[in-house]
Design a binder for this molecule. Structure first.
Ligand SMILES: *[C@@H]1O[C@H](CO)[C@@H](O)[C@H](O)[C@H]1NC(C)=O
Length: 330
């Protein structure tokens, strides 16, 4: 009987440790996390890429997020520092975040007329779009010292970009991917900010329709991910879309429903305003963080395939609130 007793004593502390980590974990120390191992429990070493057309999420950890931050962009640098771009005139800024308490490490405010939008990291600089000013700002990292501001050159091109929404840097091709509120995906030269080739419509072949309002973009293991805010189609979505940047076709969807509903009442009462709008992927640890406009929390999430019964275009259409496929704005 003695061996059985030993087994019981050995197993209990392991479950206790996992339970504690899932429910109250607040640390971000990668060394500590890696030293403790157990990738399945931490979700740190698992790729977020699934073969499923529709995936869902599990929350690994949550931390506080500033409730006055109108999140428009979220990105890690190579060292693992997390940056956020916030919108709204007179409230816009870029800042680095001390994740466990949500407080700023460094902050650089935008001018009163700027409305901060998507951000991406290129080496040791942060690039920030603005919404309707056609200006792109650059900051050196990690200090967030502003180094230059340039015109969004694609705005002046025939069929060019309309507004600054999502932005992601793709390191192997060395290009920026950008969205502008429509169904178009723009490929920009990071230096000139001019289009490389014609913009393509983001189309889901299974649904047989274009996807409008793809917003905060993130480059995740060879795919382009974005949350979806079809603002000019009169709706807001709680889905993340996975895009093949080569042909702008939709690979799949992630059902993020439930996170928005976990925010405070003032946020929950405005589902068209305080949408999910931040996706950051830290490639070395394969960690995926998400948050939203004025949300109370920042989340470390794991992506998992949804049930087989949910693997259909009809299911996506029923849960993702993608709005009128014809669009209300040309
Ligand atoms: C992306 O599209 C290209 C061109 O259609 C195709 O060759 C490639 O396999 C696609 N990649 C994925 C991940 O679907």
């Amino acid at each position: 009987m003695a061996p059985r007793v030993l087994v019981v004593f050995a197993v209990v502390p392991v479950f206790a440790a996992i339970f504690t980590r899932h429910t109250t974990g607040t640390h971000l120390d990668m060394q500590h996390v890696h030293a403790r191992g157990a990738p399945r429990e931490l979700g740190a070493e698992e790729s977020p890429i699934t073969d499923a057309y529709v995936s869902k999420y599990e929350v690994i950890t949550k931390w506080p997020h500033k409730g006055d931050a109108f999140t428009q962009g979220l990105a890690f640098d190579e060292q693992g520092t997390l940056y956020e771009s916030d919108g709204i005139q007179r409230r816009s800024a870029v800042r680095s975040i001390n994740v466990p308490n949500g407080e700023n490490i460094a902050v650089t405010r935008n001018s009163a007329t700027d409305f901060g939008e998507g951000i991406t990291v290129i080496g040791d600089k942060l690039v920030q779009l603005t919404w309707q000013n056609n200006v792109v700002h650059e900051y050196s990292l990690p200090s967030l010292t502003k180094t230059r501001s340039r015109k969004l050159a694609c705005r002046g091109e025939p069929g060019g970009c309309k507004e600054g929404w999502g932005l992601a840097y793709e390191p192997s091709e060395g290009v920026l991917y950008m969205t502008d509120s429509t169904d178009k995906l723009f490929t920009l030269d990071p230096e000139s900010l001019q289009s490389r080739g014609a913009a393509r419509s983001i189309v889901d072949p299974r649904m047989g329709r274009a996807v409008y309002g793809v917003n905060e973009l993130e480059w995740v293991e060879g795919e382009l991910w974005g949350n979806v805010f079809p603002m000019y189609q009169g709706t807001a979505s709680e889905c993340i879309v996975r895009i093949n940047a080569t042909d702008a076709s939709v690979i799949g969807w992630i059902d993020m429903r439930g996170l928005f509903g976990s925010q405070r009442v003032g946020v929950r009462q405005q589902p068209h305003n305080y949408v999910l709008n931040g996706i950051a992927y830290h490639k070395p640890s394969k960690r995926l963080y998400v948050t939203g406009k004025s949300w109370d929390h920042m989340y470390h999430v794991r992506v998992v395939p949804d049930e087989k019964v949910h693997q259909s275009a009809a299911h996506v259409a029923s849960i993702c609130s993608l709005g009128d496929a014809s669009g209300l704005r040309g």
